[in-house]
Design a protein around this ligand. Structure first.
Ligand SMILES: NC(=O)c1ccc[n+]([C@@H]2O[C@H](COP(=O)([O-])OP(=O)(O)OC[C@H]3O[C@@H](n4cnc5c(N)ncnc54)[C@H](OP(=O)(O)O)[C@@H]3O)[C@@H](O)[C@H]2O)c1
Length: 245
């Protein structure tokens, strides 16, 4: 059978992108739509989701969901069709040094980013196709700890362990993690410009390739993991070589 072309690689595939109303999730949605697939976007803000789905066109749907709330996640998947791909960028956490954060603040990276993704995959299980692909969002800080954010680094390392564990439990469904470094996009654009530019300059210097990734660079890696039938249990670093450099 000939390999699918770029504009049909997602044909007849339904991809759920929780957090897909903005940033990396939205960039991934654009690639899925361009590849002939359909998307269901999830997030807390109905306005953000409706605007994103409208821009993506008729093969994009959306539903509100809060990944910190198990009932909300269960309700989300109760209303979805068969899921061929699942990627969750939804997360809302505080980072900082152990000496400054309360334990509750430090735990927010686990509560939101680790357990949020755990809840999503667990609720999605009855809807996952036998050839589905799950991509978990980690971050390069799991391998190369960010300055003054030890609990956030640990949460990312835990997510990568979860990907390996689920790759065994859910096979032949594939489960992988991606670990981007600093991305020039929506998340950082909301931050103070001086802080952002200092962080961007430091990242360029620390990476091997001397540049930041765009959201579409990350979406390119996610699209690969959503379509590979043999890569599973891996963590992929679309980080410009930051983690090892
Ligand atoms: N951007 C980077 O530089 C970078 C680097 C490494 C890793 N990451 C990881 O990427 C993820 C963030 O993705 P992004 O960069 O694309 O940021 P983003 O544009 O802020 O996207 C996050 C999305 O998640 C939604 N969301 C947040 N909390 C949610 C919740 N509890 N339930 C449901 N939806 C929720 C937000 O929409 P609502 O507010 O409307 O819910 C938003 O659309 C995080 O896990 C972060 O650790 C990012």
């Amino acid at each position: 059978m000939p390999a699918p072309t770029a504009d049909e690689v997602f044909a007849d595939r339904n991809i759920v992108l929780i957090g897909g109303g903005s940033g990396i999730g939205l960039a991934t949605a654009r690639r899925v739509i361009a590849g002939g697939g359909s998307v269901v976007l999830g997030g807390r803000s109905a306005d953000r989701l409706a605007d994103a789905a409208h821009a993506l066109g008729p093969r994009a749907g959306w539903h509100r969901v809060d990944t910190t709330d198990q009932l909300s996640v269960d309700e989300f998947f109760g209303g979805t069709d068969t899921v061929h791909g699942l990627f969750t960028t939804a997360a809302d956490y505080v980072t900082g040094p152990m000496s400054e954060l309360t334990v509750a603040q430090a735990a927010s990276a686990f509560d939101s980013k680790f357990w949020g993704q755990y809840r999503v995959v667990k609720s999605a299980l009855p809807k996952l196709a036998p050839d589905a692909a799950v991509v978990l969002m980690s971050g390069a800080a799991g391998a190369r700890p960010a300055a003054m954010a030890p609990a956030y680094s640990a949460a990312n390392a835990a997510i990568e362990g979860l990907a390996r564990g689920l790759a065994v439990e859910l096979a032949p469904i594939t489960v992988n993690a991606i670990a981007p470094g600093t991305v020039d996009g929506h998340l950082w654009n909301q931050r103070d410009p001086a802080v952002r530019e200092a962080a961007f300059a430091a990242y360029r210097a620390a990476s091997a390739v001397g540049r930041l990734a765009t959201e579409d660079d990350i979406a390119h890696t996610v699209a690969y993991l959503l379509t590979s039938r043999v890569t599973t249990g891996s963590t992929v670093f679309p980080d410009g070589g930051y983690a090892f450099h």
